[in-house]
Design a protein around this ligand. Sequence first.
Ligand code: DP6
Length: 332
Amino acid sequence: MTRTSVASPANIALIKYWGAVDLERALPLNPSISMTLRECVTVCTAAILPGGGEDLIQIAGADGILADAPGRFARAVAAHLDRLRARAGRDVPIRVATRNTFPTAVGLASSAAGFSALAVAVTRLLGLRLGADELAELARASGSGSAARSVVGGFVEWGMAGSGDSAAIRVLADASHWDLRDVIAIVDETPKDVSSREGHRRAPGSPHYAARSAELPRRLEVVRAAIAARDLAAMGDVIEEEAIELHLIAMSSRPPIFYWGPGTLRVLERVRRLRADGVPAYATMDAGANVHVLCEPAWEADVQAALVELPDVVRVIRDGVGEGPADAPPLF
Ligand code: DP6
């Protein structure tokens, strides 16, 4: 195969990965559960370059035109390519190009989408046929732990304690099991100034870290059961607690990290009012200011209408549960 092209999704964590046993290998301190998205994807096209030479790493601009990727991103991709080549035992130069359908580095898991897309596209290109756990491990080796959860669709748990392998992933339910919607309120499109990696490093220093850890076994159980029963209300409080405590821990880390902004609080307030008015919608955030509002399909239009009215909301992305990486039209 000389060229592959894959679209791989972002995911939104219901139970957050926050804190690592080993940051380099992205081994989590706690299990996490996410929902794989379907609209927020990274398209990654990869080809073996004929005639040897250097890798060519490109990124599509807003106009779709490919240009050389900027330094830091290109270095992270090059390091990932080296790991994938080593795994395949093939030392060939590769051209890769990526394009995101959503804003990058604003807490919407663009690195999860990007590194899972690279892992899937390049391993296929190099002739490897890998199972989900192996792909997850390769995606995670990029340092973006949450990328492990993006190599499969549906509702995914990663880092199960007691499973014998703290890095394994497990599909709790396929995408077809539950048509849950995610209305994403974008309140800030500027890239965050402190990486998630730095957030993981500082997290255990927060005085709130241990208290949240003590809650986790119960929360994991609640979310697993709610997914099985397709009962959003049953996990609504827990997913909001998880999001708020992720930010509480970040804000009380030393030095503190502020991922959320005034718009975040206004969206959270609006979601509480929606619930008071009888709309079952629940909010969660990853390490960024933007807010994911989960609801059943019947409420999606109401949720969107309420969010677009807020002056802080720049735009809204309507997303839902996705099936994981899939073939995509090539970028070159
Ligand atoms: C808050 O280390 O996977 O999103 O490399 O930026 O994707 P990126 O982050 P990663 O940490 C993710 C942290 C989180 C929670 C989660 O996705 O579980």
